[in-house]
Design a protein around this ligand. Structure first.
Ligand code: HEC
Ligand code: HEC
Length: 109
């Protein structure tokens, strides 16, 4: 009884803290002009899924700076095996390929 009360209290306290410290979806939208020209929308990056499937150190700080808007990502760099196109990522059989534009970019504008 006391134990379940304690567990209940723990969940009550712990849950909001976890929810607040997690940005599940990060919108990457620093390249508006060239995106508009190419007809693709901003990128919505599912951070949570990536965190569940990989160690933080797989990406930070080697591939992405862990700071919102701090990475100046271009498709040329993605295609040159940087950022999203890093080895074992979206240029490999482990993940969908870079030519699936709309899996990363929101609806075309
Ligand atoms: C694996 C995810 C992913 C895929 C697939 C992808 N992109 Fe991107 N793309 C990005 C990210 C991330 C950025 C940087 C967004 C920002 O910060 O504005 C970006 C930026 C861009 C930009 C603006 C910068 C630049 O390079 O000029 C264009 C244009 C673009 N993408 C076009 C495309 C097209 C066209 C395709 C399909 C052939 C594509 N992207 C597929 C993730 C992706
Ligand atoms: C697949 C690569 C990848 C993995 C794995 C990953 N991240 Fe990130 N993370 C990113 C990207 C991309 C961004 C967005 C950076 C930007 O806005 O330019 C980001 C942003 C962040 C940010 C800044 C935004 C925020 O939420 O405050 C923090 C902090 C962060 N990551 C921490 C972590 C931690 C901690 C882990 C492990 C639990 C982790 N990341 C795992 C790619 C990754």
């Amino acid at each position: 009884m006391v134990k379940s009360l304690l567990i209940g209290l723990f969940i009550l306290i712990a849950t909001p803290a976890v929810a607040l410290s997690e940005v599940d979806l990060i919108t990457l939208d620093s390249q508006g002009n060239s995106r508009d020209k190419a007809g693709v929308g901003p990128v919505v990056f599912p951070h949570k899924i990536h965190k569940e499937n990989h160690k933080c150190a797989a990406c930070h700080p080697k591939i992405f700076k862990a700071e919102l808007g701090a990475n100046n990502i271009t498709m040329k760099q993605n295609m040159n095996k940087m950022f999203c196109g890093s080895p074992g990522c979206h240029n490999s059989p482990k993940a969908f390929p870079l030519f699936h534009c709309n899996k990363c970019h929101t609806k075309e504008k």
